[in-house]
Ligand binder design. Sequence first.
Ligand code: RIB
Ligand code: CA
Length: 306
Amino acid sequence: MEKRPVIIDTDPGIDDALALAIALFSEELEVKLITTVAGNVSLENVTLNTLRLLQFFEKKVPVAKGAASPLIADFVDASNVHGKTGMEGYDFPEPDESLLLEEHAVNAMRRVIMESPQPVTLVPIATLTNIALLFAMYPEVKGNIKEIVMMGGSAGRGNKGVMSEFNVATDPEAAQMVFQSGLPILMAGLDVGQKALIYPQDTEEIRTMGKVGDMAYHLFKRYRGGSFQTGLKMYDSCAVAYLLCPELFTVEKTYVGVELQGSMTAGCTVVDLRGYLHREPNASVCTDIDGEKFREWFKKSMRKCI
Ligand code: RIB
Ligand code: CA
């Protein structure tokens, strides 16, 4: 079976680390490039973490550094959730620096997309700064992009602001540019991420799944996205889960806007499920997930990470 070509834009980040593992070890995806962007922690740290993960996974995928800060907004990280380095809890090997390209992430994405014989799927599981810059600088790439499958936004409450999710709220202007790109978008938001929970019995099972499972267990102990005891939120794995097992999700086509001006709601995604705004749908939004089936899918996927 021909593998689906993807580019993953990421900010490891503990939940990113697991999403990357599942994508890299899957039979269905060809990860052609990994690009990094400041988000959970600084650009330097998320890039170092990405290289450390590839060394640990023994996967040779090119990495390109992207934006060190949002387009306009001030940069505020999420080190409170992921630790100062962004991936605390496990002693990783030294990174394989040879995988780091000289090219900026935007230029690397353009090259990979334009050279791909098959349309490429973009999988942003971080702030959307790189993706927005790509479309602004090289709009021609849209002709060879299949779709954008992203983790970000929320049809409900937020985790960075009252109503705003971290990836979108960190760079709202970039997010607005992406939702206005005209490309097919699948949005796996906070609503489903908060139901994509891994429980203690799952983490104990995962711990026995070889070195990647053991690594995951140690990161889980440090991760503050949810709780080790009552359920860890696998936000970024939802984007990969949609690619590999879309039947886990309930999806609705609708209009999604990004609020930029709200004095209390700036950075939130306005997901117009009932059509109050009378605007053409511009995204498919995950409105629910089968949590039990997600748990089983996640563990089955982790078993392949060997
Ligand atoms: O809101 C959750 C998102 O923010 C995830 O991508 C997590 O890694 C952080 O980047
Ligand atoms: Ca992330």
